[in-house]
Write a protein that binds this ligand. Structure first.
Ligand code: UGA
Length: 433
């Protein structure tokens, strides 16, 4: 099929690359010239494993065409995916201006019958609004659908190539709904995963509910971890013992400094706003959000308590990204903690395998180091704030020698407490004695 993807972010580009790999002809559109320029050279403006290789191959074969022009992108599209950003507003609601702008442009340049699919994470009812916006301005016949994306940064390509499920929401009282569902089923036919065919609003809620539930698991285990700290129990073993029950599952029970990124913080708040505007008091979700905000503060409190004061203390930080395998620092717990450390007068030096440039754009005062061991020089403490695999095996004896005080605060429970203590470190983590 001919596919147009509007928006060259994580979701848009990964979907574009995977659809091209499956043999569809794909046009990917973004209004940012620089992103398109890079794509034309087979390059991606963010770090995501496997993605540049896929893009490069597809662009070379002309299976994937990057463009800034709606006219070019939509000319022969059978299916149009809207994958633009929906960043949070101060109120917690989603800013839908990019979605509405895309709808206006689609209306203007639509040339042939097609299906417009909403892939951006949007509040309930948005896909219906998009239909209204487009319908007002075009005589071309089209249908709408909602097909939320479940990929994770850092493993976006494999999540999209091997999805657990493909959710397709179509209009419930529309004669074309069977045809629309058929087109989208056909489009995804080479991919594994259960198909969930439902209505538009339900599809939109499935996305929010999934992210909110995962966030709930994380906040829940973080509260258990805090309790473990108080009673001297081990949260890793608690998570293992709980997770072996298939009704609970092991995933997303890793205690730490809380969830970050461009999705969980935004989507939990947006869902909470949806509840408020529908006069529903979503108490559990409110608590999940609060626990997450408190978790980073509690961690800072631990560091402050141990060091007496943070003023003039040299703090070495390992990890800036909101999680491993990405250069994304949006809503990263590490970024908040570093900013608070600096506000309290600490000197912070940091290392991250991929996210240093992005972090520096936000915290200008941050001193960055080329190697993990450099952050240890004269440090009063070392903080592990992102779960990068490479931090598990650092040259610990060398690091200890460089530090003023050999204290490690592990905000991700990344390191084995027994083995690190053997090197003579004082080691503290989250919910582990
Ligand atoms: C999340 C969802 O996992 C995806 O399914 C969804 O498609 C995506 O949001 C989205 O809405 O676009 P992502 O934000 O890329 O994906 O990252 P996750 O791997 O879910 O991690 C989110 C945060 O939770 C990270 O800060 C991570 O460190 C933290 N986390 C994760 C924990 O603290 N503990 C865990 O056990 C798991």
């Amino acid at each position: 099929m001919n596919i147009a993807i509007i928006g060259a972010g994580y979701v848009g580009l990964t979907s574009a690359a995977v659809f091209a790999k499956l043999g569809h002809k794909v046009w990917v559109l973004d209004t940012a010239q620089e992103k398109i320029r890079l794509l034309k050279h087979g390059k991606v403006h963010f770090y995501e494993p496997q993605l540049p290789e896929l893009i490069r191959g597809a662009v070379k074969k002309k299976q994937l065409v990057p463009t800034e022009s709606y006219a070019v992108a939509l000319k022969s599209a059978d299916v149009i995916f809207v994958c633009v950003g929906t960043p949070p507003l101060e109120t917690g609601e989603s800013d839908l201006s990019q979605v509405f702008h895309a709808a206006e442009q689609i209306a203007k340049y639509l040339k042939k019958d097609c299906v417009v699919v909403m892939k951006s994470t949007v509040p309930v009812g948005t896909t219906e609004k998009i239909k209204e916006i487009i319908k007002k301005k075009t005589a071309v016949s089209f249908d709408v659908a909602s097909s939320p994306e479940f990929l994770r940064e850092g493993s976006a390509v494999s999540n999209t190539l091997y999805p657990d499920r493909i959710v397709i929401g179509v209009e419930s009282n529309h004669t074309a709904k069977i045809l629309t569902a058929k087109i989208l089923l056909k489009l995804h036919e080479k991919l594994l995963g259960e198909r969930v065919i439902t209505d538009l609003r339900t599809a939109e809620i499935i996305k929010y509910a999934s992210n909110a539930f995962l966030a709930t698991k994380i906040s829940f285990i973080n509260e258990i971890a805090n309790l473990c700290d108080s009673v001297g129990a081990n949260v890793d073993d608690v998570a293992l013992g709980m997770g072996l029950d298939p009704r609970i599952g092991k995933a997303f029970l890793k205690a730490g400094i809380g969830y970050g990124g461009s999705c969980f913080p935004k989507d939990t708040k947006a869902l909470h706003r949806v509840a408020i505007s529908n006069a529903y008091n979503f108490k559990l979700l409110k608590a999940v959000i609060e626990v997450n905000q408190t978790q980073r503060r509690l961690f800072l409190g631990k560091v402050r308590r141990e060091l007496g004061t943070l003023e003039k203390k040299n703090i070495g930080v390992l990890g800036l990204a909101f999680k491993n395998n990405t250069d994304d620092v949006r809503e990263s717990a590490a970024m908040d903690i570093i900013q608070w450390l600096i506000n309290e007068g600490a000197n912070v030096k940091a290392y991250d395998p991929k996210a240093m440039q992005n972090a520096k754009k936000i915290i200008h005062k941050l001193k960055i180091c080329k190697k993990p061991e450099e952050v240890a020089l004269k440090a009063d403490a070392l903080l592990i704030l992102t779960e990068w695999e490479e931090f598990k095996n650092l040259p610990w004896p060398l690091i200890k020698k460089k530090m003023r005080d050999a204290i490690i605060f592990d905000g991700r429970n990344l390191i084995n407490p027994q083995s690190i203590r053997k090197y003579g470190f004082k080691y503290m983590s989250i919910g582990r004695p």
